[in-house]
Design a protein around this ligand. Sequence first.
Ligand code: NAD
Ligand code: MG
Length: 389
Amino acid sequence: MVTMHRRPRRLIILGATGSIGRSTADLVAGNPDFEVEAVVGGSDAVALASMARRLKARHAAISDETALGALREGLAGSGISCAAGEAGVVEAAQRPCDMVIAAIVGIAGLKPTFAALQQGRTIALANKECMVSAGEAFMAQAAAQGVPLLPMDSEHNAIFQALNGRDASDVEQMVLTASGGPFLNWSAAAIDEADVAAALAHPNWSMGRKITIDSAGLMNKGLELIEAQALFRINPEKLDVVVHPQSVVHGMVSFSDGSVVAGLSVPDMRTPIAHCLGYPERLTTSCKRLDLAALGGLTFARPDHGRFPALQLAMDVMKTGQGLPTVLNAANELAVAAFLDCRIKFGDIARLVANACEAALRHGEAKTPQTLAEALAVDHVARERFATP
Ligand code: NAD
Ligand code: MG
């Protein structure tokens, strides 16, 4: 499948049992160009043990300490070592390797990803919460180590490829596309009352539950704008979103001479994952190829901020900066969890996140967190203060 003539690239996969983790495994399993040092997961010991065996990993670490026995049982006779708890997860992330796939969901991804970065590892970054909550800390650490943060999020991956190693100084505009999600043509009242099943029914992408809910309200696109601002060091005024229901164009960069370079592919995360796995070379994959003539047409529209208030909220937060992106992320994680538990309505997500941002402004949390510890402290306060109705 792949033709890279050098020693295998050694990987650590954080979030190996999730949607990104499994897509990564599809590209790596049985592929002699890769070997897997460690796999890391949250609480599903059976799935993690089976992934460790499938990838012939040397080590497996699980966050939930109570799952260690089950993990050990699942790995019995395999020769794969294991560990549990936050310390076990961080230790696994620091093992020797060539590249760390950062695909844990949410704030739990920050410490292990940062620990890997401190070891000077190249990071293939799926976890957008790292850049939203602690963008300054991650960018400073990557610069200090002289290692790249390779964006795996499809929009950022497209933009990264469009920039082709140049910085953003002669960029006039950066556009992220949004599919519009399952509520693209729903009324504001229907979106407000939407149930969990409807919000999880994404038309184009199959992803973990948290990001799928984020996508339904366009909060995901808001998080991605903040991620893009942090990653590409671009003025927020130059960032924009276009609704593109086919999810074929993922991101576009307009340059000062009027040229526009866009990144296209079928909506399958294995394509941006493969780009990161092979970087700076190209892997050969069996991913479905784009056939524009078969598609017939691509459409684009402006987002409707009236029906999708989370996007405007995130844009305002991005422009304000300071500690607000960290607060937005923390409140959003708690609100999405409450929605998934059927404790709040879909429309409450954006309202509660807005309240949390206003409360943070009232309390004068004006400083941009510069270090991981500062970001986690702002995150902690925002979570303590968060209140559901
Ligand atoms: P997912 O819910 O399918 O998987 C999350 C993974 O994280 C699982 O392996 C889970 O076991 C692990 N995990 C959870 N809590 C943990 C903890 N405390 N310690 C260690 N591991 C823990 O999520 P996903 O859809 O794969 O998304 C992962 C990340 O990638 C998210 O930040 C998401 O925004 C980003 N992302 C995903 C996609 C996608 O298509 N799925 C696209 C772009 C970006
Ligand atoms: Mg994306």
